[in-house]
Ligand binder design. Structure first.
Ligand code: SAM
Length: 279
């Protein structure tokens, strides 16, 4: 009979976040496949668990994937852990899961910390709808295309970033999303120096031009819709007549002012025209 693969979430900074079920599974399996064996060994040593470890990462996932599948097919049970957090999120775990499914091998998960979700819930931005964008490419053109492709996305966006790339990333984000879009920069989550900086992208660029980034970051970006909504709310405070007159005072013809007001308020032009000419 085939064995089973357990996807085990491990702490993203605080060892107290490891679940009792995770430790139970570590103790019960035949082998643990880890993205970073040294880091996982520290975790195992801390909990006095001794298990065979094997590495499974971006650069050996093909051969190691086959090897782990062969063990599972021989009835062994295995754990997959990422260097921190939940495996298969921004690491090669998803490839091993696909291989297991292709080979009819059971996969189950032992849930726990995910950096992106922790940052999202601390951001103060909308959690109702969100999109996980992971890491931006190191290739300049691909980064730009990636950011352009999501700049009108109405969902809150979640990005991962390393400290040495943060300044460039913020500059690229300012170009794509504008300076006024809100951002939350979460770093050192669950650690002693946990910090969430909530500001605009422009303010973040300024802050990091004067301060060096430290620790791993999750960047949470306000969705495009929220900005539109804020703009819509501005118009709630003035009448349609005042709205049209504002544009006329700025030099527009009444025809253009009515057209622009209709666009701002997402109303038919005729309704704005009638309202404007009402006694
Ligand atoms: N699988 C992990 C998860 O569940 O979130 C993510 C692995 S990914 C290779 C590593 C990235 O996660 C880091 O570059 C950083 O963006 C984010 N990250 C991990 N730990 C973090 C922490 N304690 N605080 C903030 N971000 C963290």
């Amino acid at each position: 009979m085939n064995g089973k693969l357990y996807l085990c979430a491990t702490p993203i900074g605080n060892l107290g976040d490891v679940s009792p079920r995770c430790l139970e599974v570590f103790n019960s399996v035949d082998i643990i496949a880890a993205e970073d064996t040294r880091r996982t060994l520290q975790l195992l040593n801390h909990f006095e668990i001794s298990k065979p470890l094997t590495s499974y990462h971006e650069h050996n996932k093909r051969e190691k994937g086959e090897y782990i599948i062969s063990l599972l097919k021989n009835g062994k049970n295995a754990v997959l852990v990422s260097d921190a957090g939940t495996p298969a999120i921004s690491d090669p775990g998803e490839d091993l899961v696909k291989l297991c499914i292709e080979n009819d091998i059971d996969v189950t998960s032992i849930p726990g910390p995910v950096a992106g979700i922790n940052a999202l819930i601390l951001s103060g931005l909308s959690t109702r709808r969100f999109a996980f964008e992971g890491f931006l490419s190191v290739n300049k053109r691909h980064r730009k295309e990636h950011l352009e492709s999501v700049k009108n996305d109405m969902r809150t966006l979640i990005f991962y970033e390393a400290p040495h790339k943060l300044k460039n990333t913020l500059a690229d984000m300012e170009n794509a999303f504008g300076s006024d879009r809100r951002i939350a920069l979460a770093r050192e989550l669950t650690k002693i120096h946990e910090e969430v900086r909530r500001c605009t992208i422009g303010e973040a660029v300024k802050f990091y031009s004067e301060n060096n980034p430290r620790g791993e970051y999750v960047l949470i970006i306000e969705g495009a819709q929220e900005i539109e909504n804020n703009e819509e709310n501005i118009w709630e405070d003035i009448s349609v007549k005042d709205h049209v007159n504002k544009y006329i005072a700025e030099g527009m013809t009444s025809k253009d002012a009515i057209k622009k007001t209709a666009l701002d308020r997402k109303l038919p032009k005729r309704d704005v025209y009638n309202e404007y000419h009402k006694e």
